[in-house]
Design a protein around this ligand. Sequence first.
Ligand code: NAI
Ligand code: MG
Length: 359
Amino acid sequence: MKEIRLAVIPGDGIGKETVAAGKNVLDAVADVHGGFRFRYEQFDWSCEYYAKHGRMMPENGLDLLRPHDAIFLGAVGYPGVPDHISLWGLLIPIRRTFQQYINLRPVKLLPGVRTPLANRGPEDIDFFVVRENNEGEYSNMGGRLYEGQPNEIVVQNTVFTRLGVERVVRYAFELARKTGRKRVTSATKSNGINITMPYWDEIFWSLAKEYPDIEADQFHIDALVARFVTHPEHFDVVVGSNLFGDILSDLGPAIAGSIGIAPSANLNPEQKYPSMFEPVHGSAPDIAGKGIANPMGQIWCAAMMLEHLGFPEAGDLVMGAMKAALAKGISTPDIGGMSNTREVTATICDHLRRPVSKG
Ligand code: NAI
Ligand code: MG
């Protein structure tokens, strides 16, 4: 039996509620599967921690995370602490230090969830967004000169490296192959951003030649976002830079029903460092503490994590249980249901523990 060392960071707001739900599901699937169990180590790093200590995590925080097999995170950010502090103080150092250069976000309309797009069903909305997660537009390089003066200058550089672009584009093509998809679409803007984006395109098209079995195409980001809405069925795997991938991977979940159900994985594909699994949603201060947060984004993350750790069949069990809950109409108000977090989680755990009674 494999013992999986899991670092758990619930974070802020509903992160605490969804992570608790996710752990219940992880324990249930571990019991049923029998091939692994979890040893959790929980860290209280959050905006509350920041208020007490003046930083988002302790100085040796990354060293504390390093020995774990994976990181299971809820959401970080809360009113009172500027979002760039919470992001650059915790999430970004984790993503970069542990070379989590892929941010993978499945966009899949599950049966039982309503999409805001008219006349669309689960067969129309089923693709992956692959976001570059370590460089690009989210660079810390730049500065401000002559602050507050009329001649004030502000510069922030975009950084693309050959290594960085090649590995994310290659990942997208490999993912298409592995999942039996036919097309990889590149998000670009090489008309307006005329140095870095033509470079991105150049690498995309040169690697596309190595995958003759996969169709390749590209759209400028403005046209691409429109196409997500008008032709979601076009997409199988979409690859984009850090900024474009960020935007697409919020739009994707929006057309797939709710941000509350959308998962994401920050992957170090080589498994040299722990990967981090976190739902797309934030800490939702407006509903925090009410017990109505949708735990499905977090639970879907648990399924992705199990697959990454080499237990895809356990991931499938979790997804099956989640779909069964949706089929029974057990869901939270954000996707049209009437259940609370606890009821949804209990239904999913029951289904895992008694698979014969699936409804
Ligand atoms: P948010 O995702 O927290 O909330 C947006 C809206 O969606 C709210 O109306 C919320 O109630 C709803 N919602 C989100 N998750 C839900 C769930 N699981 N179930 C039901 N409803 C849900 O985004 P917002 O309000 O922009 O950000 C709030 C805080 O979270 C900010 O401090 C922000 O920086 C942080 N944040 C953190 C992220 C992370 O940890 N990766 C990602 C996005 C935001
Ligand atoms: Mg985002």
